[in-house]
Design a protein around this ligand. Structure first.
Ligand code: BG6
Length: 507
């Protein structure tokens, strides 16, 4: 039970997709794993006309996102008894009725006045909800813990992110606000910290003296699906880079924290984000940023539509579904080490990985053609086929000293005892325990926007910017390959960690 006291989780926007797809399935898993407190209940709140029974049916008993293999149906029925629903006419009405319901449930379920409010609603109503909760005394921690979890997008640009922060902080203290970024809930993202700071074989090399460049790929084979309406006004940079990728980048870049506490780690992450060199002049922005958009093509042998044909997308849209950036980090550790980062939809496969390219030995004894592409690499695979791969040179048997590259690989799946929690499970549990390490702090979010804002403005306003088309199922526009100088290119990974560049999976 992890020492968590009773908890009442109040989900705003409970009739939406996230509750059904992620939140309830995660809670169900936590319940089955015995991780939830004895006294635990969920109150779904939204504007749909439902009662407790309808809600239980929708999100638990008949939820297609809870695999049948998860526990037995008896468990599901038991779990469903802890779910309740409250219908709000509108989010702006008085929450007096809601407060009464919360108090009644608290009493009945023994949740000890510990309330966690989860906002799975559009960010424009975050502040309204926070103020209405405050009106009812529900932000005050006098009678128990009161926490507010907010979903992304956290702001549309720097200014709106600042407004959101100020708006929420009017009613809740920063220590009560948990900004969720589900990438931080991924084991492999957290493992970046462990790889770096618990191994003396990596950390001494983790700097400009030994690292030539850093490459990060985040590829998805899916398109925008039914989210065209939202995505068309967001684009890849806002949807993925500003949050998930900058979180990964901050973990790669940061200095060792003094200790493992949330604030120590978050302080270093903010410092890392602030040390990214903000691109402001048009020439750099032109040369170091690339935007692309997928066109009709084939993925896994199936024809898929182009972005402009997707539901909810403007047929003349220039929104990017592919973004690639080159940038530098202005601090002692990373001076003049280029970072290349790309994120995209409709790529040949779904994969996220960080590749650390080490410099060649200062003095090359074994001269060999193509040594550049045989550089030592550390590949940290975030997903799928989670693991770590080291590429190093070995002698090819026979006469002379011909060098070939060999693999040293580790897979999480080999740690058979490890029961890997899904991202939302871990994050929900952490929030219940009040551990904010894996949540983004206000200044962290703002520092991320500070880096992204000038790129977005340039893309929106400059006449030089073009959106390159790429066929669905290829690794993005061709010119993105030129972003990486020299004999290096992107490592186009396959589903399996040890697949070599250029390999792509067609099943
Ligand atoms: C979400 C984005 O935050 O992350 C989606 O809004 C994207 O567009 C998703 O598909 C990717 O998450 P994951 O965990 O599947 O890599």
């Amino acid at each position: 039970m992890n020492g968590i006291n009773g908890q009442l989780l109040i989900i705003f926007g409970a009739s939406g997709d996230l509750t059904e797809r992620k939140l309830i399935p995660s809670l169900m898993n936590l319940y089955q794993g015995g991780h939830l407190p004895e006294s635990f209940a969920v109150l779904g709140v939204s504007r749909s006309d439902m009662d407790d029974a309808d809600f239980r049916k929708k999100v638990a008993l008949e939820n297609p996102h809870i695999p049948e293999t998860v526990g037995n149906f008896g468990d599901r029925k038991e779990f469903a008894k802890r779910l309740f629903y409250h219908d709000l006419e509108s989010y702006t009405e008085s929450y007096e009725g809601l407060k009464q319901r919360i108090d009644a449930l608290d009493e009945e379920q023994g949740t000890q006045g510990n309330f966690m409010f989860y906002l799975s609603v559009p960010p424009r109503i975050y502040e309204t909800i926070a103020s209405k909760l405050d009106d009812q005394g529900l932000s005050s921690e006098e009678g128990g813990t009161r926490r507010l979890i907010v979903e992304k997008p956290f702001g549309y640009d720097l200014e709106s992110a600042r407004e959101l922060n100020t708006g929420l902080q009017r009613y809740f203290r920063e220590s009560q606000i948990f900004r969720i970024d589900h990438y931080l809930g991924k084991e492999t993202v957290q493992n970046l910290l462990v790889t770096r700071f618990s191994n003396s074989i990596f950390e001494p090399l983790w700097n400009r003296n030994y690292i030539r460049h850093v490459e990060i790929t985040n590829a998805e084979s899916v398109g925008v699906g039914k989210r065209g309406g939202y995505y068309d006004s967001a684009g890849a940079l806002r949807d993925m880079f500003q949050n998930h990728l900058l979180q990964i980048i901050s973990l790669v870049v940061m200095e060792p924290p003094i200790g493992p506490d949330a604030e120590e780690i978050r302080n270093e992450k903010v410092k890392a984000l602030k040390s990214l060199r903000i691109m402001r002049d048009p020439e750099t922005l032109y040369k170091h940023t690339i935007r692309g958009q997928y066109m009709a093509g084939e993925i896994d042998g199936k024809a898929v539509p182009g972005y402009r044909e997707e539901e909810g997308v403007d047929p003349e849209s220039t929104t990017e579904t592919y973004a690639a950036l080159k940038f530098y980090v202005d601090n002692w550790r990373w001076a003049e080490v280029p970072f290349y980062v790309r994120t995209a939809k409709r790529m040949p496969t779904k994969v996220t990985e960080v590749v650390i390219h080490f410099k060649s030995p200062h003095h090359q004894i074994f001269r060999d053609i193509g040594m550049d592409s045989k550089d030592n690499k550390l590949i940290i695979r975030i997903q799928p086929n989670e693991g770590i791969l080291i590429k190093f040179g070995v002698k090819v048997p026979g006469q002379g000293f011909q060098v070939e590259r060999a693999n040293l690989d580790f897979y999480y799946s080999d740690m058979t005892d490890a029961n890997i929690m899904a991202a939302y499970e871990r994050l929900l549990l952490d929030a219940m325990q009040g551990d904010a390490t894996l949540y983004a702090r206000a200044d962290e979010v703002e520092a991320a926007w500070e880096f992204v804002d000038p790129i977005l403005t340039y893309w929106e306003q400059s006449e030089d910017v073009v959106t390159y088309g790429y066929s669905a199922g290829v690794w993005g526009p061709r010119n993105a390959d030129d972003l990486i100088e020299g004999a290096y290119g992107w490592r186009n990974p396959g589903t399996h960690l040890t697949d070599d560049p250029g390999f792509c999976v067609i099943t």
